[in-house]
Design a protein around this ligand. Structure first.
Ligand code: EPZ
Length: 418
């Protein structure tokens, strides 16, 4: 089990090159299943989750090649199975994203139920209901989703609630369906838009991209294309938070400056100075007081749940009281008891955390429970007095490429130990 050892109290200062978005590259790799001809995905982050999805594709016989820059090329002409096995899907829930494309192109799919994870039960009922609305026969037995359809038919699907991968799965199912599909109450996250843009480059006909109503005109076939994935807005927000919590300055490079307005507004409310260029965002907290902010997570374009834990860490060392409400997942507050071990003053009432900022928090041994909780604990460690050891950082490696290298490059004292 690897750990990160962090000596806190250093104000970070420097530039961070942001990697491609994990939550865009995963659906786009799944979308390569739809391509009649080879395709290449660029700006792919070096993350465990990406390697897992590549293994799922290889497990179906798809040829997957990765070059020195970590660009991934796929060729579906060698596909010989439509099955995504339990041992892979259980390690990475987003493998469910192969379900829609498989049924759309091959008329069948056998995908293990992802099961829950630390942050919630994470059902996939909306994915299944949407496929059934398009005419698929779906059974769930022995822990597997089995779907069959001679050819999916366009339908109007109203999502009961906003689901990112639910929208993505149904979008990928609809692009080859017969006729028109309308997805209402669709997720508007930038990663959904990136997938739609990739599908359009492959020959799909999609209207309403970026809105909560997607209208898809089914086509017969899609061709491979060369697509570069958008930068990761959550990684961007996490490194900006490192500057905010340590009273330093960070300029994030190669970012999508229009994908995190709600987060930038909250950084400004917390007292930070934000500057933006065409493809960079800088946060300067030098000589400024970190103020507590209230956070309520909601679907895009509102404040993202994937930045909730990071702002919770900031609130623990801010001036004032910040109230953090998590509305998306039922169990995404597991970083709270770990922060309390560092001296944070947090009262938890269900999915609402009342955080009273302290003048100081202290290094401690803490344990990561999920991806963004691990980012939160690293941020708290950067601000804490003394040494913090974050255990189970395999969670961190799922979503942050080379985190200790990127943090060390801006002056933080972070080392990975086994
Ligand atoms: C995506 O998860 C992201 N993962 C998550 O990022 C992110 O936190 C989440 O969207 C919300 O933005 C990927 O894109 C790979 P949802 P997803 O379906 O699609 C309920 C990270 O840290 N729901 O939008 O699984 C669900 O339980 C990860 O990078 C149903 O009830 O989330 C949740 O309460 C964590 N039935 C809510 O909807 C369904 O069929 C939103 O979930 C589907 C979802």
């Amino acid at each position: 089990m690897q750990k990160l050892e962090i000596q806190g109290g250093i104000a970070v200062d420097g530039d961070v090159l942001i990697s491609g978005a994990k939550n865009a590259v995963l659906p786009i790799l799944a979308a390569t299943i739809l391509a009649e001809t080879p395709m290449t995905v660029r700006n792919v982050p070096r993350l465990k989750d990406v390697r897992t999805l590549a293994q799922v594709l290889e497990g179906m016989g798809i040829t997957v090649e990765t070059d020195a820059e970590n660009n991934i090329s796929t060729d579906t002409s060698t596909l010989n199975s439509c099955r995504a096995p339990y041992d892979l899907v259980r390690t990475m829930r987003a493998s469910i994203l192969v379900l829609g494309p498989l049924v759309a192109r091959y008329g069948e799919a056998e995908v293990s139920l992802p099961g829950g994870c630390a942050i919630g039960s994470r059902p996939v009922n909306l994915h299944i209901a949407g496929l059934e609305a398009m005419g698929a026969e779906v059974t769930v037995q022995e822990g597997y989703i089995r779907a069959k359809a001679s050819r999916l038919k366009g339908a109007t699907i109203t999502m009961d609630l906003v689901s990112v991968t639910g929208t993505e799965n149904l979008l990928m199912a609809a692009v080859l369906a017969e006729g028109t599909t309308c997805i209402e109450n669709a997720a508007r996250e930038p990663e959904v838009t990136d997938l739609a843009n990739c599908l359009i480059k492959m020959g799909a006909k999609i209207k309403g991209v970026g809105t909560d109503t997607l209208i898809i005109e089914g086509v017969e076939k899609l061709q491979g294309c060369d697509y570069s994935v958008l930068p990761d807005r959550i990684e961007t927000g996490t490194y900006l938070a490192a500057a905010a919590i340590t009273g330093g300055r960070v300029r994030t490079l190669n970012v999508d400056v229009n994908s995190l307005d709600a987060v930038l507004n909250k950084f400004t409310e917390a007292g930070a100075l934000i500057k933006k260029g065409d493809d960079w965002i800088e946060l300067d907290m030098r000589g400024r007081m970190l103020k507590a902010v209230d956070i309520r997570t909601d679907p895009y374009p509102a404040f993202p749940t994937d930045m909730q834990a990071q702002f919770m860490a900031m609130n623990t060392v801010s001036q004032g009281i910040g109230v953090v409400v998590e509305t998306i997942f039922e169990n995404r507050m597991m970083h709270v008891p770990e922060l309390a071990r560092m001296g944070a003053n947090i009262r938890l009432e269900g999915n609402t955390a009342i955080v009273a900022g302290m003048p100081e928090i202290y290094g401690a041994q803490v344990m990561a429970t999920d991806l963004r909780a691990s980012a939160c604990l690293v941020l708290a460690g950067l601000a804490a007095k003394g040494k913090t050891t974050v255990d189970r950082i395999y969670h961190t490696d799922r979503g942050y490429e080379k985190i200790e290298e990127k943090l060390s490059a801006i002056g933080a004292n972070v080392v990975r130990v086994s």
